[in-house]
Design a protein around this ligand. Structure first.
Ligand code: 5RP
Length: 261
């Protein structure tokens, strides 16, 4: 692996712990002004500093994040659909040169294995990997987005492995029963999405279970930014991911309001 690729991956997965807390705030690219992200700047700015990496679109990046004080960015570069149309019909939405200009640590694209548009989205990933490898920018593949996707270990292993085979440097998937199987059969690091909002304690359990079973961390959105206290919640998630806190300890941290910094 060349220096640039290694350096960028180290800006996503922290070398100190080998883990990451990615804050996913890209939901508007198909959901529009979704709950908690109606005014992205107000939601994202107070918590961005607690994220190892921010995952978002270039539109929200440009108007929300100060380039003088930005965490590493994983740029969402797939889209072209909305919740009103088949989600799987995605294309690549950002020019690779723009990703370079934005000095991103990585780019992210969804694949829809088993959908009508499986081939198209896998070829989108492959083309992005060709560019990413040329310029030393890791590609993160997002699997199993959408309510129609079957999120069991068999399906998630299939989708995650295909993403890695096509060259994704990091795979984002969902936690499931027998999650070890997904991680063990995927040769690149795996992060999990949080999914729909659940209680804070449940989200911390989910985080703990995922990292205990081999995930390198989370790329979590709604369970942080839809929390009653997003700042305390992201700190609690960090405690589990980076400090090995048990869910109960992390939940205490959440309930205490986090550490004020
Ligand atoms: C959608 C995404 C989102 O970033 C992802 O779903 C993570 O967010 P959440 O934790 O809210 O599920 O990649 O395509």
């Amino acid at each position: 692996m060349d220096w640039g690729m290694r350096n960028r991956i180290s800006r996503i997965i922290r070398p100190g712990t080998g883990r990451t807390v990615m804050l996913a705030v890209d939901h508007g690219y198909f959901l529009g002004p979704t709950s908690g992200l109606e005014k992205p700047k107000e939601t994202i700015q107070p918590i961005a500093k607690y994220a190892d990496t921010l995952m978002l679109t270039r539109g929200v990046l440009r108007y929300t994040i100060d380039p003088n004080d930005a965490p590493p960015i994983v740029l969402r570069v797939s889209g072209g659909t909305s919740i009103l149309t088949p989600l799987s019909n995605e294309g690549v939405t950002a020019d690779f040169e723009d990703a370079i200009r934005l000095n991103v640590a990585g780019v992210a694209i969804s694949i829809f294995v088993g959908s009508e548009h499986e081939r198209q989205t896998l070829l989108n990933l492959s083309e992005l990997v060709n560019l990413g490898e040329r310029y030393g920018i890791p590609v993160l593949a997002v699997t199993a987005v959408g309510k129609d996707m079957n999120r069991d270990a068999r399906y998630l292993s299939l989708a995650s492995r295909i993403a890695a085979e096509l060259g994704a440097r990091i795979v984002k998937t969902y936690y499931c029963e027998d999650f070890e199987q997904v991680v063990e059969t995927c040769p690149v690091p795996v992060v999990i999405a949080g999914g729909k909002k659940i209680t804070e304690k449940e989200a911390l359990d989910l985080t703990y279970n995922a990292v205990s079973r081999g995930a390198v961390g989370v790329d979590m959105g709604r369970n942080i930014f839809q929390s009653e206290n997003p700042k305390a919640m992201i700190q609690a998630v960090r405690a589990v991911v980076h400090e090995g806190a048990k869910p109960a300890e992390a939940f205490d941290l959440y309930r205490s309001g986090g550490i004020s910094t």
